[in-house]
Design a protein around this ligand. Structure first.
Ligand SMILES: *[C@@H]1O[C@H](CO)[C@@H](O)[C@H](O)[C@H]1NC(C)=O
Ligand SMILES: *[C@@H]1O[C@H](CO)[C@@H](O)[C@H](O)[C@H]1NC(C)=O
Ligand SMILES: *[C@@H]1O[C@H](CO)[C@@H](O)[C@H](O)[C@H]1NC(C)=O
Ligand SMILES: [Fe+2]
Length: 307
């Protein structure tokens, strides 16, 4: 039943990667993301067996500089020209005051999602509605924008609800959800309305019931620059069956070490000292999720889910 050319499908998932120059020659507003070069090297290494790449926001950190977008595309050219390079929008692609976004901040430096939308043709419902779903192999992916409204009266919520409801689990047994800002996060950030904790709470309030109702297997997030994996969880309580949340924001930007002094109850694995990416290998009955450091190329955390 898998449409992938290989017996099982292999997806590479990353976030917050950015770009870098080997000789530090290019300086953009957000500096160099040197570790992104190692992550890109991993992408290239796994390319021969890879079916699809998913990059969950904060893609190039161009922040208004077209030349940085060009550098980014040069960096990922071998992957992006060979397999689908699917994306979610992040704050550095979208956010700007008074542009009908959820956060009134300047993180995109005025890009307002326009270069993003024109450079990545994703199957979205309408301009500036960067949410969509697609089937690949035995998985169905649903991708949201955490930078747009997602309360129950919003067009995005209506889309996500209707879309999640319509997934045919006999065709695609695995249901994978993704968005840039995390629904579960180990972070001390709580000062502003766009800080990690208030946003996570908002996501849990409005969208976690949907993930629970439609039995999402895996939820993947970015933005807080570290790796962590939760237990199967609902409303911050570990369950036997539930959605596993993984933060994969260690693609290449400076790491975030502002974690809470004691681990949240739902936390199963935490690493804020390494960059890397994750790999999903799946057929219709087994999903293997692996976290790989970009310096030693080794697997440091893994999870097996079965149907
Ligand atoms: C958004 O920020 C701008 C200035 O950057 C300000 O003029 C405006 O009042 C703010 N809007 C909201 C809803 O906070
Ligand atoms: C899926 O992969 C697992 C692990 O490799 C294997 O044991 C199982 O038989 C496979 N299932 C199908 C339906 O191919
Ligand atoms: C890239 O990986 C190499 C080992 O393969 C390591 O020595 C180097 O420090 C890494 N560079 C960065 C910027 O993380
Ligand atoms: Fe971000």
């Amino acid at each position: 039943m898998c449409v992938c050319v290989h017996l099982s499908c292999l997806f590479l998932v990353l976030a917050d990667m950015g770009s870098g120059q080997v000789d530090d020659s290019v300086q953009s507003t957000d500096g160099q993301q040197q570790p992104s070069l190692n992550t890109t090297r991993l992408l290239d290494k796994y390319l021969p067996e890879t079916d699809l790449v998913l990059h969950i926001g904060d893609i190039s950190y161009a922040n208004g500089y077209s030349s940085v977008w060009e550098e980014f595309f040069d960096q990922v050219q071998s992957v992006a020209s060979s397999v689908p390079y699917m994306v979610c929008i992040g704050n550095h692609e979208r956010d700007y005051p008074n542009t009908n976004g959820l956060f009134n901040v300047t993180d995109s430096a005025g890009e307002c999602g326009v270069p993003y939308e024109n450079r990545f043709a994703m199957p979205t419902p309408a301009p500036d509605q960067p949410w969509y779903g697609f089937d690949y192999g035995s998985a169905h992916f649903v991708l949201m924008s955490t930078e747009h409204f997602f309360d129950p009266t919003s067009p995005q919520y209506q889309f996500l609800d209707a879309h999640l409801k319509s997934v045919d689990r006999s065709r695609t047994p695995w249901l994978i959800f993704a968005g840039h800002r995390p629904m579960y996060v180990d972070s001390t950030g709580d000062k502003h309305s766009d800080s990690q904790q208030p946003v996570a709470k908002l996501l849990r309030t409005y969208l976690e019931p949907l993930l629970h109702e439609y039995k999402v297997d895996l939820a993947l997030w970015g933005h807080h620059h570290l790796y962590h994996r939760s237990c199967p969880v609902y409303q911050e309580v570990c369950l036997d069956q539930g959605t596993v949340h993984v933060l994969v924001a260690m693609g290449g930007h400076d790491l975030s070490d502002n974690v809470e002094s004691s681990n949240p109850a739902w936390l199963e694995y935490l690493d804020y000292k390494h960059w890397g990416m994750t790999r999903l290998t799946m057929n219709s009955t087994t999903l293997l999720f692996e976290y790989i450091h970009n310096d030693d190329g080794m697997v440091h955390d893994k999870l097996v889910l079965t149907k």
